[in-house]
Design a protein around this ligand. Structure first.
Ligand code: NAD
Length: 257
């Protein structure tokens, strides 16, 4: 018996990285999985590899009408929505002195606006079918001081606060909807592999002290296992939590390896 048998889940940004790992694990545990992403080629490939339990839809999470349409479509074809993973996100390096307003608006639009719309349209759908679980992908960037990704840190802080607001609203109204955030440290995904290129030639992003250094990266399934727990009924008393999956990187000073 699967841990998500009979459940219907939507995962944004599921064409690669952490969203892909979530989608594969959810399907293995019995869920019907709707993968969405702007990357049609990889999204279709991953859904095809997962098989009959998966379908892919092109979605830009910045588009409010798109959210309304996709959730209505899921409910009309599958009868309900049990799980939303607000996973899509982007990172643009920059400090408070060098991050441009354009980069700031882009990062906030994908992460903060996207998660806001996702919650806004998932809550009524989940309420109508008796409850659900929302998992918002944050980062340790919303917890510690991350000097070189200021807009990203702000976006993740917004999502962390959104999470608590949705959790308390749902609990107060007895919706049986839970909303939790997951805060990874560095995990080996295309986002992290791409950062190296974005840092090239950026003297403003070099550390100017002998502070903590980067340590070993985690694996996508390290995060997917936590997301699976939060999506399943095993976590029925976990609501409004901010769960760090970071091998202590956010709680100790110095190198963790
Ligand atoms: N990888 C890490 O180390 C790490 C650490 C902390 C938090 N996170 C968070 O986890 C989530 C997934 O990260 P990842 O490392 O898998 O990233 P990734 O870049 O590997 O994958 C992200 C996916 O989101 C999609 N996407 C981007 N903009 C979109 C939009 N507007 N609409 C829909 N889809 C869009 C991309 O096409 C891509 O497939 C992000 O929210 C990220 O901030 C990642």
């Amino acid at each position: 018996m699967g841990r998500l048998d009979g459940k219907v889940a939507i995962i944004t940004g599921a064409a690669k990285g952490l969203g892909e790992a979530d989608a594969r694990m959810f399907a293995r545990e019995g869920a019907t999985v709707i993968l969405t992403d702007m990357d049609k080629e990889n999204g279709q490939r991953v859904a095809g590899e997962i098989g009959a339990k998966a379908e892919f839809h092109v979605q830009d999470v910045r588009d409010e009408q798109g959210w309304e349409d996709i959730i209505a479509d899921i409910v009309s074809r599958h009868g309900k929505l049990d799980i939303l993973v607000n996973n899509a996100g982007v990172v643009e390096p920059g400090t408070i002195e060098t991050q441009t307003a354009e980069e700031y608006r882009f990062v906030m639009a994908v992460s903060a606006d996207g998660a806001f719309y996702g919650c806004k349209y998932a809550v009524p759908a989940m309420k109508a079918s008796g409850g659900g679980s929302i998992i918002n992908m944050c980062s340790i960037a919303s917890i510690i001081g991350e000097p070189i990704v200021v807009a990203y840190s702000m976006a993740k802080g917004a999502i962390e606060s959104l999470t608590r607001s949705v959790a308390v609203h749902s609990a107060n109204n007895k919706y049986n909807i839970r909303c939790n955030s997951v805060h990874p440290a560095g995990i080996l995904t295309p986002m992290v592999m791409g950062i190296g290129g974005k840092l090239e030639g950026r003297d403003d992003l070099r550390p100017n002290s002998d502070g903590p250094e980067a340590s070993a990266l985690g694996e996508p399934d390290d995060i997917a296992n936590t997301v699976l727990f939060l999506a399943s009924d095993e976590s029925k008393f976990v609501n409004g939590a901010a769960i760090r999956v970071d091998n202590a990187k956010s709680v100790v000073e110095g190198v963790v390896s």
